[in-house]
Design a protein around this ligand. Structure first.
Ligand SMILES: Nc1ncnc2c1ncn2[C@@H]1O[C@H](COP(=O)(O)OP(=O)(O)OP(=O)(O)O)[C@@H](O)[C@H]1O
Ligand SMILES: [Mg+2]
Length: 267
């Protein structure tokens, strides 16, 4: 059995349209029958155009959004059947990195405070020097000098802020990291630095990750396997090079044709 097993997952939204007295309910099938597996230590790339359901899928896997139907198993445990208190506890096992690190970091908290809080989610009793050492270690892990730990998010560049967000995601020692468009808001030169950092972290810690992007070129650089999503469903799945070099599905072929500056990303 794979580390993460998703079976026939559906997340539908009901959206009311029209006036108060004359309304219809439209069903939005954001995720509509997705099955996929992620092996331990694997980076799965999830690509597809805006609105195809990538973020909804990740929110559902994170237990932030209840599924309409289907099964999510992590390490053999069925997550959709856990009682709420257990879900809260297990949420530590999943950490996210978002597109906009500035919005996802608390502007009033120093790097130290942000990381210390995240570490203590897993180790509530950790204080003093052991806590400070762990903060420094995390900063070094993501390529930030520990002497910046008293600084606030606005004092960093976009790429550095994303490094802080990655360190915060690593702090509670998660089993799975979902990175939702983590480089989309960054300059191309900074993008590759962050991609290289993620690649490096995977090698050092055997991270298991779902990496989401609308850009197949970016995903190819990092992912072992690629899943292509279109309108809530998976239309293609395979080894990264296979999908990239020999796309079977017409939609994937169109995604590939749309990649700007594809040559820069190839290795
Ligand atoms: N809470 C919600 N209520 C109603 N509809 C929603 C909700 N969240 C998402 N949707 C709809 O579900 C569909 C999938 O949205 P989602 O955000 O998952 O797509 P995405 O692939 O992440 O897009 P993007 O690349 O723009 O981030 C869209 O049609 C969106 O409008
Ligand atoms: Mg999204």
């Amino acid at each position: 059995m794979a580390y993460l097993e998703i079976q026939d997952l559906k997340t539908h939204f009901h959206q009311r349209q029209g006036s108060l007295f004359n309304s219809t309910v439209e069903i939005i099938r954001a995720v509509d029958g997705v099955s996929l597996q992620v092996e331990k230590g694997e980076i799965l790339g999830l690509v597809g155009e805006s609105g195809c359901g990538k973020s909804t899928l990740s929110r559902t896997v994170m237990q932030l959004q209840p599924p309409t139907a289907g099964s999510i198993r992590l390490d053999g445990v069925e997550l959709t059947e856990l009682p709420p208190a257990e879900v809260r506890r297990r949420r530590l096992d999943f950490q996210m990195v978002f597109q906009d690190p500035y919005a996802s970091l608390n502007p009033r908290m120093t790097v130290f405070a942000t990381l210390a809080e995240a570490i203590r989610q897993r180790h509530p009793k950790l204080t003093g020097k052991p806590l400070a050492d762990r903060v420094s270690e995390l900063m070094e892990t993501v390529g930030l000098a520990p002497r910046f730990q008293k600084k606030y998010p606005h004092e960093f560049s976009g790429g550095q802020r994303q490094r802080i967000a990655i360190a915060r995601a690593l702090a509670p020692e998660p089993k799975l990291i979902i990175a939702d468009e983590p480089v989309s808001a960054l300059d191309v030169s900074i993008q590759s630095q962050i991609l290289n950092l993620l690649k490096d972290l995977r090698e050092r810690f055997g991270l298991t990750m779902i990496f989401i992007s609308h850009d197949l070129g970016v995903v190819r650089y990092l992912a072992d396997r690629i899943v292509v999503m279109y309108r809530g469903r998976i239309v293609e799945e395979g080894e990264a090079e296979q999908v990239f070099n020999h796309p079977q599905d017409a939609y994937t072929q169109r995604l590939l044709a749309a990649i700007p500056g594809m040559a820069e990303m190839s290795h």
